[in-house]
Write a protein that binds this ligand. Structure first.
Ligand SMILES: [Zn+2]
Length: 148
């Protein structure tokens, strides 16, 4: 879509969608589409956040590939994918992990695949998972007489 500079300017200044629509005589739909096209963080005030839950916000910017990895098309803090929801910023891997495992990660999350920036929930391990993997490696080594 073609982005109107005046709408973009007011959005960046965090003017509410309703006010922008009134001020510039455009529809709120146009304002909202511009907001989305600019990939600005969702707003809480002035029309409500575009995504009902943080999981929805994650899914809106997560693009599953054929290779099992998930690319992030949303906001980045440096190289860290960030889910912006309800005025808060959460690292996307934490949201992905919770969606995949049904629980919050414990401790630090580490990526287990080799695709930089991947946000597949299955491709992250937290502390309990890393410890379980280490135990499995040791058991494997014991069974096959390999030194761990
Ligand atoms: Zn991956």
């Amino acid at each position: 879509m073609k982005i109107r500079a005046d709408i973009a300017e007011l959005l960046r200044a965090e003017v509410s969608h309703l006010h922008i629509a009134r001020q510039l005589h455009v529809s709120r739909k146009t304002v909202s589409a511009t907001h989305h096209a600019l990939d600005l963080p969702p707003r809480v005030r002035g029309g409500g956040a575009p995504h009902a839950t943080i999981e929805d916000a994650y899914r809106a910017h997560a693009e599953a590939g054929d290779d099992g990895h998930v690319r992030w098309t949303g906001y980045l803090d440096g190289t860290l994918p960030i889910v912006c929801h309800g005025g808060r910023r959460t690292p996307a891997p934490r949201v992905a992990f919770r969606l995949h495992h049904g629980r919050d990660p414990e401790g630090r999350l580490t990526r287990t695949c080799d695709m930089p920036g991947c946000v597949a929930g299955a491709h992250y391990a937290d502390r309990p998972l890393r410890e379980a993997n280490r135990r499995a490696d040791k058991a494997f080594a014991a069974i096959f007489g390999l030194s761990a």
